[in-house]
Design a protein around this ligand. Structure first.
Ligand SMILES: [Zn+2]
Length: 84
């Protein structure tokens, strides 16, 4: 039997949360966690697991506002808060 889309999305979410140890990749918060795209979907980012990161609600908002910069080097993510 095929999984429904819902099951697939849930499974990917689980994989990403485990990969990031249930912590925000930027501030290490364990609360209000969300899945974010490293390359935003607006810039043709995809839903592959290597394009998904865990960010807390606050950091996710900062990312969307362009206030943090994310670099990916050798499969590790680095965050830099932009000077405003
Ligand atoms: Zn955070």
């Amino acid at each position: 039997m095929l999984n429904s889309d819902y099951d697939i999305i849930r499974d990917i979410t689980q994989i990403i949360f485990e990969k990031f140890d249930y912590k925000c990749a930027n501030c290490l918060s364990e609360e209000n966690l969300t899945i974010a795209h490293y390359v935003p979907r607006s810039l043709a980012g995809n839903n592959n697991t290597d394009n998904l990161i865990v960010l807390c609600f606050n950091c996710h908002r900062l990312q969307h506002d362009g206030k943090i910069e994310i670099a990916k080097i050798h499969n590790y993510f680095y965050f830099k808060r932009k000077k405003m």
